[in-house]
Design a protein around this ligand. Structure first.
Ligand code: ATP
Ligand code: MG
Length: 449
């Protein structure tokens, strides 16, 4: 969820945009002209400014320049009428992220542009954060099964070798990639991740390589891709098994030659990045079926590391659970949260098909349900699919529910689903088995005084 300021002198346009963005779960403020927008910006923080260009008083372009000068990390998307694309170009030169043609007919286009602008902002913020953080990643890796893994990681981290992390979902592939970065000589450089499954082919290509002005419709300005943003640092290719054939070929070339061109460009740029890739798929099997290029596999798997599942490292369960619960306690402002020995026994008996991520989610849920500092078995709602014996339904101790009203219970379930889905309300609604509309209605009701 982001904070978005919508500026347009037409009431109809304002409310259309505000509604569409609120539906996505953003918190939206509106202003009728540039002056009002400038006043609002001075008072409240925003992540994204969506502004019309032609307005009475302070116009959109002047507003954009002012924002870029005073709050450069606010992303700006401008709205421009058909036939006045020159003004859009001027806006892009002044630092706008993108532009949308008016009238904005499709909410999908709006959604995509806004999502990309916010993603870019998150990426840039992350880069500065990554640069500033010097601390080690706090990981719990004590189990015997982890010893050879950690030893391999320590040895390969300072080299330039491409590392392929393989492991079931939730085994810690991403945190491991970050650890590799922090233990390398590139730790002061950026860590840039791209999820190969989340972007479409065309988007992925321009995200990775960037594009030149005019490379395709909509490319009104040159844009640097993520490989360029990652110069001097580590590039993490997450879910690399999802790459389509055409991109596999393009990626292979960068890995082989350490060079690339922006989409639509002729100049060859050097890729000074250390590659780390991750997958939960069986790349060798995919290779045998012709779904994954053999040459690419060998480029990626210079140094393959398999992360064991939580089932294979049972001794880690206790220290991991304690570490995670401590962190959750800090996040919730409830330090001192701990597990009763019965609760721990219950966790130890569980099979954890979703590995560390599932453990973390279970603990977070339990922490929310437990009113006091101690997590008891009745607070642990474990998914029956991972139960050790006969179906282990979330039956509370003694058949009694914790003393909650139905409404409180519902509210907690909703908060949990939203947290599990990292704020994505559409997926949270799916997880809860209700419609998005219903979810919004319920949220609104909670917010009502
Ligand atoms: N050794 C560890 N110590 C502490 N926390 C860990 C450890 N391993 C994983 N985690 C935590 O578990 C969660 C899942 O880890 P991560 O996202 O790295 O897994 P993943 O393998 O990338 O999962 P997926 O395949 O679902 O993308 C994160 O919250 C992470 O912080
Ligand atoms: Mg991952």
């Amino acid at each position: 969820m982001a904070r978005i300021l919508v500026v347009d002198d037409e009431e109809g346009v304002r409310s259309f945009l505000a509604e569409a963005l609120e539906f996505e779960g953003h918190s939206v403020t509106t202003a009728a002209d540039g002056d009002e927008a400038a006043r609002l910006l001075a008072k409240q923080g925003v992540d994204l400014l969506l502004t019309d260009l032609r307005m009475p008083g302070l116009d959109g372009l002047s507003l954009l320049r002012k924002v870029k000068e005073e709050q450069p990390d606010v992303e700006v998307v401008v709205l421009t009428a058909v036939g006045t694309v020159e003004s859009a170009v001027a806006a892009m030169k002044a630092g706008a992220f993108d532009y949308l043609l008016k009238p904005v007919g499709s909410p999908a286009e709006l959604r995509l542009t806004v999502a990309r602008a916010l993603e870019r902002r998150a990426l840039l913020n992350w880069k500065t954060e990554a640069r500033q953080s010097t601390g080690e990643v706090e990981l719990s890796w004590g189990a015997a099964a982890m010893v050879p893994v950690v030893e391999a990681l320590r040895k390969v981290a300072p080299t330039q070798a491409t590392v392929l992390l393989v492991g079931e979902s939730g085994t810690g592939k991403e945190v491991t990639a970050r650890a590799l970065h922090q233990w390398s000589e590139r730790a002061d450089g950026p860590f840039v991740a791209v999820n190969c499954a989340a972007l479409t082919e065309t988007l992925l290509e321009s995200e990775l390589f960037g594009h030149e002005k005019g490379a395709f419709t909509g490319a009104v300005a040159q844009r640097r891709g993520r490989i360029e943003l990652a110069q001097g640092g580590t590039f993490f290719l997450d879910e690399v098994g999802e790459l389509k054939a055409e991109l596999q070929a393009k990626l292979l070339r960068v890995l082989q030659e350490r060079r690339f061109e922006r989409v639509g460009g002729t100049r060859t740029l050097e890729a000074d990045v250390r590659w780390v890739a991750a997958t939960n798929r069986d790349l060798k099997g995919m290779m045998a079926r012709g779904e994954f290029r053999e040459d690419l596999y060998h480029r990626l798997a210079v140094f393959p590391i398999r992360l064991p599942s939580l089932r294979e490292r049972r001794e880690d369960l206790r220290p991991l659970a304690e570490l995670l619960l401590r962190r959750i306690g800090e996040e919730l402002g409830r330090p001192g949260l701990r597990l009763s020995s019965e609760a721990l026994a219950r966790l130890e008996a569980f099979t954890w098909p979703g590995n560390v991520r599932e453990l973390r989610n279970a603990l977070e849920r339990a922490a929310i349900l437990a009113d006091g500092p101690v997590v008891e078995p009745r607070h642990l709602w474990l998914d029956p699919t991972g139960a050790p014996g006969p179906v282990d339904a979330p039956a509370p101790e003694g058949g009694r529910l914790p003393s909650l009203t139905l409404e409180e219970l519902e509210r907690r379930a909703i908060e949990q689903a939203i947290a599990d889905e990292a704020g994505n309300r559409k997926r949270a609604a799916q997880r809860l088995g209700i419609g998005l509309r219903t979810l919004y209605d319920k949220l609104r009701r909670y917010e009502a005084p």
